[in-house]
Each structure stands twice: as C-alpha cells, then as structure tokens.
Ligand binder design. Structure first.
Ligand SMILES: NC(=O)c1ccc[n+]([C@@H]2O[C@H](COP(=O)([O-])OP(=O)(O)OC[C@H]3O[C@@H](n4cnc5c(N)ncnc54)[C@H](O)[C@@H]3O)[C@@H](O)[C@H]2O)c1
Ligand SMILES: O=C(O)C[C@H](O)C(=O)O
Ligand SMILES: [Mn+2]
Length: 542
C-alpha cells in the first residue's frame, strides 16, 4: 500500500503537485513530500509552457504534455484551455499518429485505460471494474485499432487514440476527466512490424475475425451496459468490415456513436453547408464525389444524402447526386467487392458511354463534373493538379475537402488547391492548416476533423441523458455550426476556427440536448437544454 500522501500524489484525478496548500499538505499527509514553495495553477502552467517551448520537436512536446496529463489532469486541461490551437495538433492529430507508431518503443505508463484481450472474454467485466477503480464512468472511447486514422492496424498501440479523443472531449466540451474511460480491445494485429517487434506489448497473434470477434464485442457492450448504464459508448478507428456492422446493431438500443462514420459525416456536412453560405449556392444543386468510399466516406455520403432529403428531395432524386470512387474506380451496381453501405449509392453503367474507362479519379471527374469532392482515401496527392483543374473548369466555387489523416496521407495541400483554382476553391482539411496568403487575400482554411464536432455531440447527449443518439440529433449538430463564420469576408473559412472550439462545442451540445428533449428521448425531468449542458461543464480549477 502506498503511503497516504503518495497515494494522492500518484492519483492524476486528485493531484495538484506544488499547488497543495500548507493546510492540504497537513490534511493529506503530504508534509515533507513536496518542496516548500506553494504555487498557483497559473504559475505551474507558466513553468510547463516554458518547458514546452524549449522542446525541439512536436513529439517531444507531446511527451511532456502527456507527462503532465499522467500526473495532474487539472493542470493539463488548464494548460490545454489556454493554448488550445497550439496544443490540439500536438496532443491529437497529426502528432498522435507518430505517438501511436512509437507507443511500444516509448511505453512508460498505461494512462488509466482499460486493456481487454480477445483471448479472455471471461475477464472483460473485471478488467473494466479494475480500470474504472470506482469512478462514475459516463463516457468510453473504445478502439480495436484496426484502422487508426489512415495509418492502418496498430494493435494495442492504438490505445493512444482512445486517450487522445477523450482529451479533446474534455478540452472542447468540458466532460469531467474523472468520468471517462479509454478502452483498448486487443484482438491481435495484422501489422507484421508489430508482430515481429521484440517490444510489442499486445497479443502477438493475427487479428481475430468473424464470429469470435463479434461475440467479444457483444460481451464488451453487455459489460459496459451493466457496469456503466448512464455512459455513452464511442467507437473509434475500427475496420471497414466491422465499424458499420457494430453501429447498425447497437445504435437503436444503447447510447452509442461511431465517430468515423457519424462524427466525420456531421463535420463534412457542416463544412459543405458553410461552403454554400459563401458561394450562395444550394446544397440540392451539388454533385458529390466521394473518393475513398470506406467507413468515413460512406458516413459522409449518408449525412449529405439525409440532408438532401430534409431539404425536399425524394430518395431517388437525392441518390442521383452521388458518385462513389474507390480502388475499383467509379462504383457501379455490378462492381465486385462492394460493401453493404456502398451498394445503395452505386451507378449504372448505362449512364455513361465510357463506363469501362471510369477506373481512375481523373476519368470520373471528367465524366461527372463534381461540384463537391471529398477525399477519405488515404491516398496522398490524389487530388492532383489535373484532377483539380478539370473539376474547377466546370464549377465557379469547387468545394474540395482532402480529409485523409495524418498530414502525410492528405489527398492535397490547401495551398496547392488555391493555386490550381485561382483562389476559387472552398477548402476544408482533416489536419490543421495555417492561414494562406494568395494573390493578396488571406485564406483561412477550415478543419473538417470530427474533433470539431464529436465533443459537443457526445456532451449534449450525456447532458440530456439521452437514451440513444439518432439522426435528428446528428443533423442538429451539423446545423449548429452555421452562422459562426462571416461568409462575406474574402478568404473566409467554411468552418469556424479551432480557437473557438470550446464556444461552439457548447452550442453543439445545447442543440443536441434540445433535439433529444424535443423527441422525448431525454432523461426524466430534463427539459431545459442550456441548463442541462451548463450544469455538467467541468472546469480545470483546483
Ligand atoms: N477528417 C476527419 O475527421 C476524418 C475522419 C475519419 C477518417 N478520416 C480519414 O479518412 C481516411 C479513411 O479512413 P476510413 O476510416 O474511412 O478508412 P477505410 O479503410 O474504412 O476507408 C478507406 C477507403 O479508401 C479506399 N481506397 C484505398 N485506396 C484507394 C485508392 N487508391 N483509390 C480510391 N480509394 C481507395 C479503401 O478501399 C477504403 O474503402 C483516413 O486517412 C482517415 O484518417 C478523416
Ligand atoms: O482522428 C482524427 O484526426 C480524425 C478521424 O477520426 C480519423 O480517423 O482520421
Ligand atoms: Mn478516427
């Protein structure tokens, strides 16, 4: 057993470090355990920020911030609130991708996550109980790491994405960090590098698939529902063959959310609505091309499709606005290897005189003249000059969203898109991009990353104690971001900036909670969305 004082210093949810007052030091058995100087949180934050600035790489900066996170959550989130725009890319995407790739080589602490092994379904409940350690868990982010961002299968290393997504939940929306639980499902890995690595920390087996895998997921969901019945279960970075199937099974039964399908869908729709505000065009007049019709691509197509229906189109009319391009080229009814989500959005060969030639992006762009082109393909540079110029030749304000993460996988760079379109492109990227000056105008580039929306969505659902998270609530979230950017300003972004993340996450949360209340899906006695949200916001103060 740790001494009483050490116990509190080692508990990141309670620790204040040098900020413990003399009174507290007496009370908690901390006398003599700390240097005599008592600091304010402000002073502690200034010291850490100085150290942060002295680091000479972003990954080193991340390690420093993770050390603070591991020892003192309040201080970490105090810092994060102060430096949100600067810290987001360091604690989250893109630097998180590097951290995941190096996790086994740099492992020091388990970061209060729950590690579940596919080889021990009988232990799931105990493992969750041990990891939660008596805390009142309200939010779980679970990953099996089959499809981490666009960098593939990272086995147990992927736990960092669960931790990172939860950090953003607290920083953006104010979820109490002691009420969250990151979960890693270790179902093996097909990453040969990890399987061969002497310091890999997960199960050194090929990924378990099929019935055994889905049975494990069912057991996990049951355990979560039994242990933490008031929680939201957020799925992150599952594979193309499992993510949608799990969501379909549970979305009407429990409070659950798939970020890559739904979060990405909402932020892409919000970005397209933002672009329409600037171009003064109608969303119902657009032709959408989704390049990379996987988990995220199909989530986006579905959200855009639902919006066209809400705006008055019939299902048959709405479907005509979509073209999906994947590895096979344009997806037709008879294309081999279609996923269940792709099938309803496929085209017929008879619509084209050259259907057999539509096997690459440029040929498809030439044939269909998209006005909105969204990339979730993991193919860097695929929105090249020829493709973009061809698209821009047929529409005054081409809407182009290269969304693949991290930076090295983006379909295009924002600066190139502006150059190739003479500044006409309306752009959003997956990773953050600094302002770009082109021909005398300063362009702000919106970040269409689900991080800009899922914190508000999840927090709103939790604040309302919603029973499920349904399409109406997701649509409310997408529309909540409109009106935050001045569309008349030249170079305006299609989405609000990360510097306003806290503000607009609150707004998103209120709209989502309101939608739950209006639909009769909120908890007993919850009738005022604003009040419900305000009451639950956690602040980083001692
Ligand atoms: N910005 C965001 O918020 C956000 C959210 C989710 C995913 N993403 C990014 O989107 C990318 C895809 O993620 P996912 O979860 O959908 O993965 P996924 O594996 O489910 O989908 C990727 C799709 O791209 C297709 N693809 C691969 N090579 C291709 C090629 N040469 N041409 C056309 N299509 C090709 C695959 O067949 C697959 O259908 C990742 O880079 C991820 O980081 C971004
Ligand atoms: O994690 C991100 O940056 C966004 C998204 O969930 C992704 O998988 O790329
Ligand atoms: Mn993801």
């Amino acid at each position: 057993m740790l001494r009483k004082g050490m116990q509190i210093l080692n508990d990141p949810f309670k620790n204040k470090g040098t900020a413990f007052t003399i009174e507290e030091r007496k009370k908690y058995g901390l006398l003599g355990l700390l240097p005599s100087c008592v600091r304010t949180i402000e002073e502690q934050a200034d010291e850490i920020y100085r150290l942060y600035q002295a680091k000479n790489s972003r990954i080193e900066q991340r390690h420093l911030l993770m050390e603070v996170f591991n020892t003192n959550r309040t201080l970490f989130f105090y810092l994060m609130e102060k430096h949100i725009t600067e810290f987001m890319p360091v604690v989250y995407d893109p630097v998180i991708a590097e951290a995941i790739e190096q996790y086994n080589e740099r492992y020091i602490k388990p970061q209060d996550a729950a590690y579940l092994s596919i080889e021990h379904p009988e232990l799931i409940k105990e493992e969750l109980i041990d990891a939660a350690d008596g805390r009142d868990i309200r939010l779980i982010v679970v990953t099996d790491a089959e499809g981490i961002l666009g960098i593939g299968d990272w086995g147990v290393n992927g736990v960092d994405i669960s931790v990172g997504k939860l950090m953003v939940y607290t920083a953006a929306a104010g979820i109490d960090p002691s009420q969250v639980l990151p979960v890693s499902i270790d179902a093996g890995t097909n990453n040969e590098k990890l399987l061969k690595s002497s310091n890999y920390l997960g199960n050194r087996i090929k990924r378990v698939e099929g019935q055994e895998y889905f049975d494990f997921i069912d057991k996990f969901v049951d355990a979560v529902e039994g242990l933490f019945p008031k929680s939201l279960l957020h799925f992150e970075d599952f594979g193309r063959g499992t993510a949608a199937r799990i969501l379909d099974k549970y979305q009407d039964k429990i409070l659950t959310f798939n970020d890559d399908i739904q979060g990405t869908g909402i932020i892409a729709l919000a970005g397209v609505l933002g672009a329409m505000n600037i171009s003064k065009e109608k969303i119902t007049d657009q032709t959408f091309l989704t390049f990379g019709a996987g988990t995220a691509g199909m989530g986006i197509a579905k959200m855009l499709y639902d919006e066209l229906i809400r705006q008055g189109l019939t299902p048959a009319e709405a479907k005509k606005h979509f073209y999906l391009v994947d590895k096979q080229g344009l997806l037709f009814e008879d294309t081999p290897g279609l996923t269940p989500k792709q099938k309803p959005f496929t085209r017929q060969r008879s619509e084209f005189t050259n259907a057999d030639e539509l096997t690459n992006l440029l040929a498809v762009v030439k044939a269909v003249h998209p006005t909105v082109m969204i990339g979730t393909s993991t193919q860097p540079g695929s929105f090249n000059e020829a493709v973009v110029k061809e698209m821009a030749a047929h529409t005054p304000r081409p809407v182009i969203f290269p969304l693949s993460n991290p930076t090295k996988l983006a379909e295009a760079k924002a600066a190139d898109l502006l150059k190739w379109t003479d500044g006409r492109a309306l752009i959003a990227t997956g990773i953050p991009v600094k302002d770009i000056e082109y021909n005398g105008t300063v362009y702000q580039i919106g970040q269409a990353n689900n991080a800009l929306i899922y914190p508000g969505v999840g927090f709103g659902a939790l604040a309302a104690e919603a029973k499920v998270l349904n399409d109406n609530m997701l649509a409310a979230a997408a529309h909540a971001l409109s009106g935050l950017v001045d569309p008349e300003k030249s170079g305006a972004a299609v989405l609000p900036p990360v510097s306003k993340l806290t503000e607009f996450s609150k707004r998103v949360a209120e709209r989502v909670a309101e939608s739950a209340i209006d639909q009769g899906l909120a908890g007993d006695g919850i009738t005022d969305a604003k009040k419900a949200v305000a009451e639950k916001i956690w602040k980083p103060q001692y």
